[in-house]
Design a protein around this ligand. Structure first.
Ligand code: ATP
Ligand code: LTN
Length: 335
């Protein structure tokens, strides 16, 4: 007989409220989130605490947080079955992050490549939050006993740090934290900038032509893909020194399900113009349902508020259970 009480895996991931999400976020993370939602206990959130490592106007952060939250609902993550929440609504994230700070070596935090990149890009505001960012991320994950964390390739190093911190803590205090596994999809794990295809596509890139935003209209998507950097060879195949075309092939493959061989055959004897038109069409079709749902949900502020409130309650309950255990282990007097 089927065991209906079988424990499901806990899947958790967050996305920063640092701008409108891109095609990179969608193919590298959101699509997997959507696919994992049916068979797992899923917890998805907007990382608004992480977002303030980069300065922004309060009203912009508020708007972006709500937009990102609406986007998560638009992906089809059922807020009744899954937990969809905003990180700042659950204060235990900040508390656990502080505790974990004290179990992280300065040297291991200094090795994070994203910190090195971001501190170069935001040289005028290299704050300590930017440095401890991965420790807050470890707290996000460990609070909920996540088994799997679906992320893009760029987050692999942060996941390894979260595992190291958890193992160290467990080594001292016994089995407190579940050791999380990264889940990095085979496809779409690293979508690159359309303008500088050696860099990842990023929503905080100042050059708007470098990314496709999930809010872009079809004509804008087509324009951005048409102006994507390629090479002078005019032959569609996956190969060396073809970073731009490789990236477009990867995008096309994610949207159509075709592998690289099939794509090469489809465009044999055709130029980059035809290929780019096909990529644009595939991206537009892929994003259309999410974009429509996003617009619908965003116009229903009462629904968003209700979901966010319920999400915060459910998340707080789980987080606090872990936090109480941690406080006891560390030796905080609890009366
Ligand atoms: P920023 O660009 O503002 O630094 P980000 O988009 O890199 O932010 P998040 O918004 O927190 O960072 O990322 C959410 C998820 O999207 C993460 O799992 C991340 O790995 C994934 N992701 C981000 N960019 C890409 C990309 N270019 N390709 C694949 N996955 C990506
Ligand atoms: N740092 C992540 C966003 C993030 C996250 C998390 C991802 C914050 N907390 C917990 C997975 C699990 C990023 O993608 N930039």
């Amino acid at each position: 007989m089927e065991n209906t009480n079988e424990k499901k895996n806990v899947v958790l991931s967050l996305v920063q409220a640092s701008g409108t999400p891109t095609l990179g976020n969608y193919l590298g993370a959101f699509k997997n989130w959507h696919n994992m939602a049916a068979e797992n206990d899923c917890i998805f959130g907007v990382a608004d605490l992480h977002a303030i490592t980069v300065r922004s106007e309060p009203q912009d952060l508020r708007r972006r947080s709500i937009e990102m939250y609406a986007m998560l609902l638009a992906l089809g993550l059922d807020p009744e079955k899954n937990i969809v929440f905003l990180q700042s609504h659950v204060t235990d994230h900040a508390l656990l992050a502080w505790v974990l700070n004290c179990y992280t070596a300065f040297g291991e935090a200094s090795r994070m490549t994203q910190f090195k990149d971001k501190s170069q890009r935001h040289a005028d505001n290299v704050n300590v939050g930017l440095f401890t960012y991965p420790i807050l991320m470890a707290a996000d994950i460990l609070l909920y006993g996540a088994d799997k964390v679906p992320v893009g390739d760029d987050q692999k190093q942060h996941l390894e740090l979260a595992r190291d911190i958890a193992e160290r803590f467990n080594g001292i205090y016994g089995d407190v934290f579940k050791i999380p596994e990264p889940y990095i999809g085979k496809k779409g794990a690293r979508i690159l900038s359309l303008q500088e295809p050696e860099k990842k596509m990023s929503k905080s890139d100042p050059n708007v032509k470098s990314f496709i935003s999930l809010a872009d209209e079809p004509n804008v998507i087509a324009k951005k893909i048409k102006s994507a950097v390629t090479d002078s060879e005019a032959r569609v195949y996956y190969g060396e020194n073809k970073a731009g075309i490789n990236n477009l092939m990867n995008i096309y493959s994610c949207c159509t399900g075709l592998d690289f061989d099939a794509i090469e055959k489809q465009f044999e004897g055709k130029g980059y113009g035809d290929f780019k038109s096909a990529v644009a069409e595939a991206v537009v079709e892929e994003l259309r349902p999410v974009q429509e749902e996003y617009k619908r949900i965003l116009s229903d502020k009462a629904y968003i508020e209700k979901c966010a409130k319920e999400g915060a309650e459910k998340a707080s309950y789980l987080a606090h259970k872990t936090m109480r255990k941690v406080m006891k282990k560390v030796g905080f007097y609890q009366g």
